[in-house]
Design a protein around this ligand. Structure first.
Ligand SMILES: NC(=O)C1=CN([C@@H]2O[C@H](COP(=O)(O)OP(=O)(O)OC[C@H]3O[C@@H](n4cnc5c(N)ncnc54)[C@H](OP(=O)(O)O)[C@@H]3O)[C@@H](O)[C@H]2O)C=CC1
Ligand SMILES: CCCCCCCCCCCCCCCC(=O)[C@@H](N)CO
Length: 354
């Protein structure tokens, strides 16, 4: 009797002790970064997620600047935001790959409180098919472009912190920046790169009261996604679909809320929360409640992650049998394809060379 009482007491007590311990050790502490009347500078703000963010920030009373290449798209975005909010945003035409152009835009825009590095290009293709030129383009825009942007904005952001309170640098990653996905060698590499940049940068700028965030959206309905879908390996689409799709405005809302609360990791949907917990690694965590979930769920999610390897079939025996074998005139490329589209269940062993 006494034994079972002890059991039940410790069942409650142990989690409470863990919770209290995590409350003591999680750093940095929670904050709120006010956005009203403050300056938010959004790259890739003329389309998709960036445009939705610009809309939201404007309607929450921020001063908004957007930067991208095409002046026509910028003008269009400016008009759309004026139409729906009555507010004028500042527009800057520059390619993030051109440091001088970016620096000029930043200087002209004035002190930045929130920098959202959101521009991005994505072309899904197997590495073997993809031209190196395209790989370089993706890395240049998504990763080097982000360095250019941050290098140009950081000195001014640091200088103005004393007068203007906490600041934020947010980077738009992707769930493909938490887990490598078939067809995304270049894209995933560029987005994983942002994570290393963000983790290191957070340590360098926390003393200046600048808070770094990484946003991890799933597939999001944007002009960019429509374009990407025109030539996307079927497998890439199938795997991405396991995390569903969101609207640009839903992602913008999650992103802005996360940025304002100084969250380092910002997931956007429920699969994203699982991914964030499974890949928490050594990233900062302000919330002791989330830290608790991370600690408690780590083992179970590792098992789930290992099961995903089977599903994505990268290493199972199905892979050995099916991978790119000519089967009854079709190229059998993937277990997922055979499962979802019901091809190749009855393959011809002769064709497999058995
Ligand atoms: N849509 C999705 O499924 C997902 C998107 N993401 C990420 O979200 C971000 C935004 O994506 P999304 O809204 O879909 O993209 P869109 O293609 O709809 O918009 C991209 C924006 O970036 C700008 N841009 C592109 N290249 C450059 C450049 N070299 N210099 C400056 N600006 C540039 C574009 O304007 P212009 O062409 O005129 O330069 C445009 O404003 C990207 O980083 C993307 O990787 C993450 C997960 C999912
Ligand atoms: C252990 C728990 C696992 C939880 C489920 C994992 C599901 C992973 C799906 C990843 C989807 C990646 C979409 C990238 C979208 C994107 O960035 C492109 N559209 C280009 O913009």
């Amino acid at each position: 009797m006494a034994d079972s009482n002890l059991f039940y007491i410790s069942l409650v007590l142990l989690p409470l002790i863990l919770l209290f311990l995590l409350f003591l050790i999680t750093r940095p502490r929670p904050i709120q970064i006010p956005i009203k009347k403050r300056h938010i500078f959004i790259t890739g703000g003329s389309s998709g997620i960036g445009l939705a963010l610009a809309h939201r920030a404007a309607s929450e009373g921020a001063r908004v600047s957007i930067l991208s290449r095409s002046i026509d798209k910028l003008e269009e975005a400016k008009n759309a935001i004026r139409h729906s909010t009555g507010i004028d945003v500042a527009i800057f035409a520059a390619d993030v790959r051109d440091f001088e152009a970016v620096q000029r835009a930043v200087d002209e825009a004035g002190p930045i409180d929130f920098l959202v590095v959101n521009q991005g290009v994505f072309v899904a293709q197997e590495l073997e098919e993809q031209k190196l030129e395209e790989v370089r383009f993706i890395i240049d825009v998504n990763l080097m472009g982000s360095f250019n942007m941050i290098k140009a904005a950081l000195p001014g952001m640091k200088r103005s912190r004393k007068d203007r309170g906490p600041g934020s640098i947010a980077l738009m990653s992707s769930q493909a920046g938490q887990v490598g996905i078939y067809g995304y060698t270049a894209y995933s590499a560029s987005k994983f790169g942002l994570r290393g940049l963000a983790e290191a940068l957070q340590q360098e700028v926390i003393g200046d009261n600048i808070h770094v965030s990484l946003v991890f959206p799933p597939d999001t309905e944007t002009p960019g996604l429509t374009e990407e879908n025109k030539r996307k390996p079927q497998l890439t689409s199938i795997i991405a679909a396991s995390s569903g799709a969101m609207k640009a405005d839903e992602v913008a809302k999650k992103a802005l809320d996360g940025i304002k609360s100084g969250s380092f990791t910002i997931p956007c949907n429920s699969e994203g929360i699982l991914l964030a917990i499974a890949t928490a690694g050594l990233s900062p965590q302000r919330s002791y409640l989330m830290a608790f979930v991370e600690v408690v769920a780590a083992g179970i999610l590792r098992i789930a992650a290992l099961c995903f390897q089977w599903n994505w079939k990268a290493f199972g025996p199905w892979y050995m049998l099916n991978w790119r074998r000519e089967v009854e005139g079709q190229v059998m490329s993937h277990f997922l394809l055979s499962k979802n589209y019901n091809v190749g269940r009855s393959w011809n062993l002769e064709a497999l060379g058995a």
